[in-house]
Design a protein around this ligand. Structure first.
Ligand code: SAH
Length: 216
């Protein structure tokens, strides 16, 4: 039988070796990564691998992102607390939980209904009351709760879906993996005077974003 304590130690180690050592500096992100029980977002057979330096399968051909990726994308959103954030690609719910520890409200969209339902149960059990899951095509965004202070897309897209940029607040940040012929690049976009400013950050690997403004 595993003990809660063992996982706390693994989390400390993960944060030191994978997160801080690679340059993540935001104290809010670091504290949150130490707190969220990542092992409870994977299937029972993967519990002991949960804090490893890699993504893991979560069923339906989907993955929970590598811990560093989650920390880095969260840091790039420049959150201070109190924000309303939109996530596209709920998956395991781990990224949503990390966001929920920092911000006021997290709206997250997942296209696979069975996965969304399973994740909803986990988040409920862990007591996250500020995460709201919708089932649907996240490339359309979620207009009813827009505009958002920040938007995070956790699946690889051919470009930024226009509805997502529209639903971003002025001065808001949007982080998304964009694919080209050579692979995927993490991109951060800011809305300034209604126009987009793009920064290309680094190479990454995500499952495809499937939808009207993603892959068909
Ligand atoms: N953030 C997740 C990682 C999820 S992997 C985590 O922390 O575990 C990407 C997820 O995006 C998958 O679950 C996939 O089903 C979902 N997805 C792909 N295209 C989508 C779309 N158009 N709308 C919503 N979700 C989508």
């Amino acid at each position: 039988m595993w003990k809660k304590r063992d996982f706390e130690e693994q989390r400390e180690l993960m944060v030191r070796a994978q997160i801080i050592a690679r340059g993540i500096k935001d104290p809010l992100v670091i504290a949150t990564m130490k707190r969220v029980p990542r092992h409870l977002f994977v299937g029972e057979s993967l519990v002991y691998e949960a804090y490893g330096d890699h993504p893991l399968p979560i069923g339906d051909g989907q993955t929970i992102s590598q811990p560093y990726m989650v920390a880095s994308m969260t840091e790039l959103l420049e959150l201070k607390g109190g924000e309303r954030v939109l996530e596209i690609g709920t998956g395991s719910g781990y990224q949503a939980a990390v966001l929920a520890e920092i911000v006021r409200e997290v709206f997250t969209v997942e296209r696979i209904e069975s996965l969304a339902r399973r994740t909803e149960k986990i988040l409920d059990k862990l007591g996250y009351k500020n995460v709201f899951i919708s089932v649907g095509d996240g490339t359309l965004g979620l207009a009813e709760h827009s505009p958002y202070d920040a938007i995070i897309v956790t699946a690889g897209s051919p470009d930024v879906p226009p509805p997502l940029f529209e639903q971003l607040k002025e001065a808001g940040r949007l982080v998304i993996p964009i694919s080209d012929y050579y692979g995927q690049t993490l991109v951060r976009m800011r809305k300034k005077g209604g126009k987009e400013i793009r920064e290309r950050l680094y190479g990454c690997v995500f499952v495809p974003l499937v939808g009207k403004y993603g892959y068909r």
